[in-house]
Design a protein around this ligand. Structure first.
Ligand SMILES: Nc1ncnc2c1ncn2[C@@H]1O[C@H](COP(=O)(O)OP(=O)(O)O)[C@@H](O)[C@H]1O
Ligand SMILES: [Mg+2]
Length: 476
């Protein structure tokens, strides 16, 4: 009894002091002492390594039985401390361990959850440590009465928590397929199959990294989001700028945390949107070269990891990536201007969502000619505007019904005259040219135009169409 009171007192006193190690050495106590947070302060405490090494030798000389455990998020221990301070990495529980925790919890709390909801719950908990899973399960007991809402509660918690560390779990895409991009589709299907257990039997494994390169609005982010759905995995998006912390140590802890999280998430896409940001100033040595260290950590993970994680990065400018990084991507696709057949597919996907329509072949030809050079995002936006206008018109005239409205071609062609496509801007057309010039690095997202709309194309602004066309038989 006496002992436990003195320990508690000491714990309280140690919490408030600047030098817990010295205080501990001075206190007449024996036992196991756990100090958390001390290693995280390394950036602020210049002599920390000295303090630790002094403490080690004092403890060693001393007759008392004491054992000190330092807890930290980061494993950035200097080389000189390695022999004194063995590092034990605690990984979050694996998926099957989480599945056990969840089923025990359901049994104890007498709740029933079907297999699919249990699977979603396990997915939501992946990457979280044991203690945290326990806390969230307990919160769920009091806050969620319906079993069907449990996975979204856990996911909501995880989203909030990760946001603070530069990680988001993106919402699903606005449409369910990347239209008109047959070559990209083949690659994605290959990747999906490489995630199947059969692949392993042949010694095949999923690619570690895929790069989607092209001008804005061409569907890169959409393709990345859909690929997660396609392979049946989670999607973890990282924002490089938010991963950079106040100190080198904090930044490294953030990137390590991110990589641990994806490594323990089972089948998963690690998504870096606009990845060139990661390399802006990476070799400049700012902030103690933190950007270079982070990039180095990511590079070695890209090479070494064996988990079922495919990293998908999107990028506007390829020349901003260092060559050793480009080499790490096993598949590189470029998104350029799309041919008429692909544009037709993109239109259909978006029109089907908003309208009833019945265009003749001739009308399609007019539409595709008018929208030539537009990106899929510009098509999506134009369709959206026309849908909004029709809704507005019907509400104002009192003709509103919830049915999809009938679309006339003239509405879309009129909308086309309200904007200038990005491809006609100098900066963007330069980027398209650059993409074409470096195309040997990458595969186009669409092959030759096999559709009835394939025409003998005039080069756009002197730049050949990225997909080429069947009729011109241009090599792609
Ligand atoms: N291939 C496509 N098929 C259908 N819609 C597309 C396609 N590509 C882009 N879009 C539309 O454009 C929007 C913006 O695309 P996004 O993926 O964000 O472009 P990027 O990342 O290349 O800038 C998408 O949300 C979607 O509505
Ligand atoms: Mg994008």
């Amino acid at each position: 009894m006496q002992k436990s009171i003195s320990l508690k007192d000491t714990a309280m006193r140690l919490q408030d002091i600047d030098f817990p190690l010295q205080a501990l050495l001075a206190a007449p106590l024996q036992g196991v002492f756990v100090i958390s947070g001390l290693l995280d302060d390394a950036a602020k405490r210049r002599n920390l390594h000295q303090e630790i090494s002094n403490a080690f030798y004092t403890l060693k000389r001393n007759q008392r039985w004491r054992y000190v455990v330092l807890l930290s998020d980061s494993i950035d221990v200097s080389l000189s401390l390695y022999p004194l301070l063995p590092v034990i990495r605690l990984s979050p529980p694996s998926k099957s361990e989480i599945a056990d925790i969840v089923s025990n919890f359901l049994l104890e709390s007498q709740r029933d959850l079907n297999n699919e909801l249990q699977r979603q719950l396990v997915q939501a908990f992946s990457g979280m440590p044991y203690g945290e899973i326990d806390v969230v399960l307990r919160q769920m007991l009091s806050k969620v009465s319906e079993g069907a809402l449990m996975p979204s509660f856990a996911l909501g918690y995880k989203r909030e928590k990760l946001k603070g560390r530069g990680i988001t779990l993106p919402a699903g895409p606005d449409i369910d397929r990347v239209a008109g991009m047959d070559e990209l589709d083949k690659t994605m299907d290959k990747i999906r199959l490489l995630f199947q257990p059969e692949a392993e039997a042949r010694g095949r494994r999923p690619p570690k990294a895929v790069l989607l390169w092209g001008i804005p609005g061409t569907g890169k982010s959409l393709a990345a989001k859909l690929s997660a759905k396609r392979i049946g995995g989670a999607m973890v998006a990282a924002d490089w700028n938010s991963l950079v912390g106040q100190s080198v140590q904090e930044s490294m802890a953030n990137i390590n945390h991110l990589l641990d999280l994806v490594d323990s998430s089972g089948t998963c896409v690690l998504f870096f949107d606009e990845f060139e940001k990661a390399f802006h100033g990476w070799d400049s040595g700012v902030q103690g070269g933190v950007l270079g260290k982070m990039a180095g950590r990511l590079l070695s993970w890209m090479q070494d990891h064996t988990s079922d994680v495919v990293m998908i990065a999107t990028i506007n400018r390829l020349n901003l990536l260092p060559a050793e990084m480009i080499r790490r991507f096993e598949y590189v696709h470029f998104f350029g201007s799309i041919h008429a057949g692909a544009l037709h597919e993109v239109f259909k996907v978006h029109l089907d969502k908003h309208f009833k329509y019945n265009f003749s072949f001739k009308e399609w030809q007019i539409l595709l000619r008018e929208y030539r050079g537009c990106t899929p995002a510009e098509v999506a936006k134009a369709v959206q505007h026309v849908a909004d206008d029709l809704y507005f018109r019907d509400v104002q005239s009192g003709d509103f019904t919830p049915e999809l409205p009938q679309l006339e071609l003239a509405m879309l062609t009129a909308e086309r005259r309200t904007f200038t496509p990005a491809s006609s801007q100098r900066e963007i057309s330069d980027q398209i040219a650059e993409i074409q010039n470096m195309a040997e690095y990458a595969k186009p997202v669409c092959g030759p135009d096999q559709s009835d709309f394939a025409v003998i194309e005039q080069p756009l602004m002197g730049i050949p169409n990225s997909g080429g066309t069947q009729k011109t038989k241009r090599a792609v």
